[in-house]
Design a protein. Structure first.
Length: 313
């Protein structure tokens, strides 16, 4: 996605930037708690960034800073170069627009559904933002298409008559109808059955691939992160413990375990294969999709077995 400058030329969007932010709950009281400590992070335009962490690691607090729900105790949060907590009154309209460019889908988002029909639920946000009815209709249709819900088949149905996975897709469509430039997903597969989980992850992957949406995906499931993300952030006790590409982060299994997380299953399999003397590097696995990585391991095992038979002969 691009934006136009004053001279009519297209300019690449600036990233989301967290500059040395800290956040303290209930400061100056007996219940004071430091939730974030000196976190700096950049989310590039078009990236798929996964934030992982155990309960209490600070990842949910971090998310709420991305669209101004929380204001850092110290530090700055910039979206497209705009400070979300402006000190001057004149800068507040720009900050509001920047906040609105970040769409938040909270855990168990289906609990936020409230309208009688799917159409009206998805239309609520655009209507609240003052869109014309023709624009609202276009946005609802487009959002339903993005989450793979047939417009004619679902628009008049009650969202409360759907499966859990379908309800979550409706909730996601309601956020997409606001046309956010950045999409933040907090544990989007929590509580779903295996089929619903697979369908939602597939849809999120397609949304990023086809629409080019910048996605920030929060999960403690490292297998989901391995399947989706091109950047990985690991939080621990309010601090940023690890950040980098999957190839940089996932081999650091001891530090991942120290964060209370389990490395992806393919990393555990890779370690066993390497321990057996099969010449296979982390890059051979982490530079591929999970399916491709599994096939690479399978080929390496077959080649090693063939080599062993040849030596025996």
């Amino acid at each position: 996605m691009q934006r136009e400058t004053a001279d009519g030329k297209e300019a690449r969007r600036l990233p989301i930037e967290l500059k040395d932010i800290s956040y303290t709950y209930m400061p100056g009281t007996p219940y004071e708690r430091k939730a974030l400590q000196h976190v700096s992070l950049t989310v590039a335009d078009g990236a798929f960034v996964a934030i992982a962490g155990h309960t209490g690691s600070g990842k949910s607090t971090l998310l709420q800073h991305l669209n101004g729900l929380l204001t850092p105790t110290t530090g700055q949060v910039l979206v497209d170069g705009v400070d979300l907590s402006p000190k001057r009154k004149a800068d507040k309209p720009a900050a509001l627009a920047a906040r609105r460019s970040v769409g938040m889908v909270f855990q168990y988002a289906e609990n936020q559904l409230f309208e009688e029909t799917i159409y009206e639920d998805i239309a609520f946000g655009p209507r609240n933002f003052g869109c014309e009815e023709t624009e609202i209709d276009a946005r609802v249709r487009a959002a339903m298409a993005l989450v793979n819900l047939d417009f004619d088949g679902y628009k008049d149905r009650s969202p409360f008559q759907l499966s859990g996975g379908q309800m979550r897709r409706v909730a996601l469509a309601g956020v997409l109808a606001l046309q956010p430039r950045y999409l933040v997903l907090d544990e989007p597969t929590a509580g779903l059955d295996p089929n619903g989980r697979k369908a939602l992850l597939r849809m999120i992957r397609e949304l990023h691939r086809k629409a080019g949406t910048t996605i920030i995906f929060v999960s403690h499931n490292m297998d989901d992160i391995f399947a989706l993300a091109d950047e990985v952030v690991v939080m621990r006790q309010g601090e940023l413990l690890l950040a980098g590409t999957p190839a940089e982060v996932f081999p650091q299994t001891e530090r991942i375990a120290a964060a209370g997380l389990r490395p992806p299953q393919l990393m555990a399999l890779l370690a066993r294969v390497q321990a057996a003397g099969v010449p296979l590097s982390a890059d051979d696995v982490l530079s591929r999709t999970p399916v491709e990585a599994a096939r690479a391991i399978e080929r390496a095992l077959a080649q090693a077995q063939k080599g062993g038979r040849n030596r025996a002969e």
